[in-house]
Design a binder for this molecule. Structure first.
Ligand SMILES: [Zn+2]
Length: 244
């Protein structure tokens, strides 16, 4: 763990978990049926040594948040909690970007944006904790969280150490609901695709306006250097007329 990661983990612990011991324990008791923990950015106040890295490198900051949760539980669980969703809301105003203004410079950073849901795909299962079966051991010997859209394979069996005998075991794996929605910019000019997982698939229906906190992502396809882009959702709230 880098010095910055250790520092971020400490801040998560101090600002989020330490003072909310009971509600965090309730959350962990309901896990894995409930996997999403809501965290308002206001808890971090004006600590820019936390908020800046959260906005510029949310992958590292959210990993630190999960590490701090494990520490809070004193490893009092056999799960690695890598499949928990930390639903960060109330980002500072500087993170705000209009959907139509999203560009390459915003990729892999944390942003807040608003839009109207104009289309929604059917809800499909997404694997969040993949089980791997070893053909030599004839058993499931490995579990790995799958936080991203691309499936991460594992080749080495942790029990017998052989390489190349592990294969994905669908029935022993865990899934959440997932859905793609199209969001239209408030001025109606642009649309963007957002990937929603778990509880976020139930937040809004077509025609509703939402505030989305997300990490814009890109994926290269078919040997092209020009990538497909989408928004990986961190949190989403439905806006009532009073919020607008
Ligand atoms: Zn094995």
């Amino acid at each position: 763990m880098s010095a910055r990661s250790a520092d971020l983990t400490e801040k998560w612990y101090e600002y989020v978990y330490r003072d909310r011991a009971e509600s965090v324990r309730r959350f962990v008791d309901a896990y894995p049926e409930e996997r999403a923990l809501s965290v308002s950015c206001e808890r971090f106040g004006h600590d820019y040594r936390f908020v800046r890295p959260l906005l510029s490198d949310p992958d590292e900051a959210l990993r630190a948040g999960k590490a701090a949760l494990r520490r809070f539980l004193s490893n009092d669980t056999d799960r690695d909690l890598g499949d928990v969703y930390l639903r960060v809301t109330d980002l500072p105003a500087e993170s705000e970007v209009a959907l139509g203004d999203l560009r390459a410079e915003h990729l892999n950073r944390l942003h807040s944006t608003r839009g109207v849901v104009v289309d929604a795909s059917e809800i499909r299962p997404k694997v969040v904790r993949a089980a791997f079966r070893c053909a030599k051991c004839e058993a499931v010997t490995r579990y790995a969280t799958q936080p991203h859209r691309e499936f991460q394979s594992h080749a080495k069996c942790p029990r017998c150490r052989s390489v190349g005998y592990l294969s994905f075991a669908p029935p022993a794996s865990e899934y959440v609901d997932a859905q793609e929605v199209s969001l239209r910019d408030l001025d109606g000019s642009e649309t963007a695709t957002a990937l929603l997982e778990h509880d976020l698939t139930e937040v809004a229906t077509t025609g509703e306006e939402v505030r989305l906190v997300a990490i814009p992502r890109a994926r290269r396809t078919d040997g092209s250097t020009v990538a497909d882009a989408w928004l990986e959702s961190v949190s989403m709230e439905c806006l009532t007329p009073a919020d607008r």
